[in-house]
Ligand binder design. Structure first.
Ligand SMILES: O=C(CO)[C@H](O)[C@H](O)COP(=O)(O)O
Length: 210
């Protein structure tokens, strides 16, 4: 079954916990977004881990170096998934995979800004990556880009790894993303920007779980 992931992209600690409280019953995975984890640190992960035992938690570290060293404390503190940049050295990617395996968790390789996405996906899968993250970042979205072509390319490789898709996904596009091969469908702005975030999350999850 495909899963939904909600990206918590606020910088504010209390607002993040409050939004997670609203949304957690309606999504599978809570994501602590990159600006959020940089601003608030591992204490926020510890807080969310304690409050939401029924959700998986992804920490979007987007690690670029020192993979094992940077990722290990987050797995130890309860992260289920940690991200590493696909543009990093394979030693860095392998370090995050090794840290994930040490704790029985998952490493996600983020393809943001990767030039040869097929080559990096194949190399990461061969190195034991659990999840490939097809990702059109917020700045790329502002320039009009979408993740759909990259998703088609990665899904066509048929490597047997999980595929997460992020980049402006909303209720209107969630089915398209799932049908194209995504196993984790990420939504940030479509949920936190909605008038009723709980309802928006529930709507997307109903589509993804259908
Ligand atoms: O990782 C991110 C930015 O780097 C976002 O959290 C991700 O793109 C999901 O948010 P949205 O649905 O608003 O694109």
């Amino acid at each position: 079954m495909a899963l939904t992931q909600m990206a918590l992209d606020s910088l504010d600690f209390d607002a993040t916990v409050a939004l997670a409280t609203t949304v957690a019953p309606h999504v599978d995975i809570l994501e602590i977004g990159t600006p959020c984890i940089k601003h608030n640190g591992i204490k926020l992960l510890e807080t969310l881990r304690a409050k939401f035992p029924n959700n998986k938690i992804l920490v979007d570290l987007k690690t670029a170096d020192a993979g094992f060293y940077e990722a290990e404390p987050f797995y130890k503190a309860g992260a289920d998934i940690v991200t590493v940049l696909g543009i990093s050295d394979m030693g860095t990617i392998k370090g995050v995979i090794d840290a994930a395996n040490k704790y029985g968790k998952k490493a996600q390789i983020d393809l943001i800004n990767v030039a040869d996405k097929a080559a990096v996906t194949k190399a990461a899968a061969a190195a034991g990556a659990h999840i490939i993250g097809v990702h059109t970042g917020l700045d790329q979205q502002a320039a009009g880009q979408t993740p759909f072509a990259d998703l088609a390319l990665v899904a066509a490789l048929n490597l047997g790894v999980e595929i997460s898709v992020a980049g402006g996904v909303k209720a209107a596009t969630a089915k398209q993303v799932k049908d194209a091969g995504a196993t984790i469908i990420v939504a940030g702005a479509a949920i936190y920007g909605a008038a009723d975030p709980a309802a928006a999350a529930a709507e997307i999850t109903a589509i993804v779980h259908a």
